[in-house]
Write a protein that binds this ligand. Structure first.
Ligand SMILES: [Zn+2]
Length: 311
């Protein structure tokens, strides 16, 4: 963790952030993309290195989430710092206050950062013994319904959590990585593709008796389906981690963000998922998220608004 003073002294100036991005993009030192020449110097105002050999001006932010941003890099770094470290995340209202930008600017910055988080975790898969369930998020709470009532205002979120090993006696197993996705519905087609995306073939999938999980074995997983109606233990005891994860997700959405539009939900879920899987890492959270931010093409306001629901 950095103190506010520590953050300011390291990343308080535009050129310091430019130098940090340069170190991360060119760990061996800047090399011109045209001729591999060294940098003559970094121009912080335009965020470019000028090549000492051919004179080409190379942007450190092109092709990243910072592409063409007019917001100072220290404000971006602060947003990334807060979103990577704060367990509950940070609202756009709060971020706007902290860095002195408008609410829409803070909102847009956060969605760009969320996209970086989402892209970073895209290829990760879980394995071993994996608890899987799905639940409804958003809208009004009426408990778990599989279809019909409230389906319009709620979205389906599927959750998978690895078991790393048995827990202490009387305690739930030790959780490993988790994967969450917003699905168009809780039908078998959606759940099949969730499992194919997020769980390695050959893993042992643990679900309740919902018929959306009919094809699990057919799709190359070992499958144990527990019919909850025939158990004396409640669902949250049999599937502790998916329940804890879903209720923490709901708390994050309600507590930090109050209302989340369905069309943007997948990015909030990706943010929650990203932090959850890095909860035991204290070091380098800022550097890690900066790296993810550099590896992701930006998303514009227009693109965000045009996003169709649930894709
Ligand atoms: Zn050059």
């Amino acid at each position: 963790m950095l103190t506010v003073h520590g953050f300011r002294s390291q990343f308080g100036e535009e050129w310091q952030c430019g130098a940090q991005l340069t170190r991360q993009r060119w760990p061996e030192g800047f090399a011109c993309p045209r001729c591999a020449g060294p940098s003559r110097g970094y121009m912080a105002v335009r965020r470019v290195h000028e090549c000492a050999t051919c004179g080409y001006q190379c942007s450190v932010t092109a092709g990243t989430i910072f592409h063409k941003t007019r917001t100072p890099l220290p404000s971006w770094f602060w947003a990334i710092y807060r979103m990577s470290h704060d367990k509950k995340g940070i609202s756009a209202v709060q971020l706007a206050k902290e860095i002195g930008v408008s609410y829409p600017t803070a909102w847009l910055m956060q969605h760009k950062i969320r996209k970086a988080m989402q892209d970073r975790d895209q290829g990760y898969t879980l394995n071993g013994l994996v608890e899987v369930d799905e639940g409804y998020v958003g809208g009004e709470e009426h408990g778990k319904t599989r279809k019909g009532r409230g389906a319009k205002s709620k979205s389906v979120v599927a959750v998978a959590v690895e078991h790393r090993g048995p827990g202490e006696p009387g305690r739930p197993p030790i959780p490993g990585f988790a994967a969450l996705s917003v699905l168009p519905n809780a039908g078998s087609k959606s759940l099949d593709s969730f499992l194919k995306d997020k769980v390695r073939p050959g893993s042992h999938v643990l679900t309740d008796g919902w018929n959306g999980y009919w094809h699990v074995e057919q799709n190359g997983f070992a499958h144990t389906a527990i019919d909850l109606s025939k158990q004396d233990q409640p669902a949250h005891k049999l599937f502790p981690w998916v329940h804890i994860t879903l209720s923490n997700l709901k708390r994050f959405l309600l507590g930090t963000h109050h209302t989340v539009e369905n069309k943007h939900l997948k990015r909030y879920v990706a943010e929650f998922n990203y932090r959850l899987n890095r909860r035991t890492m204290e070091e380098d959270l800022l550097t890690r998220l900066l790296r993810a931010s550099l590896a992701t093409q930006t998303i514009t306001y227009k693109q965000l608004i045009a996003t169709p629901e649930l894709t």
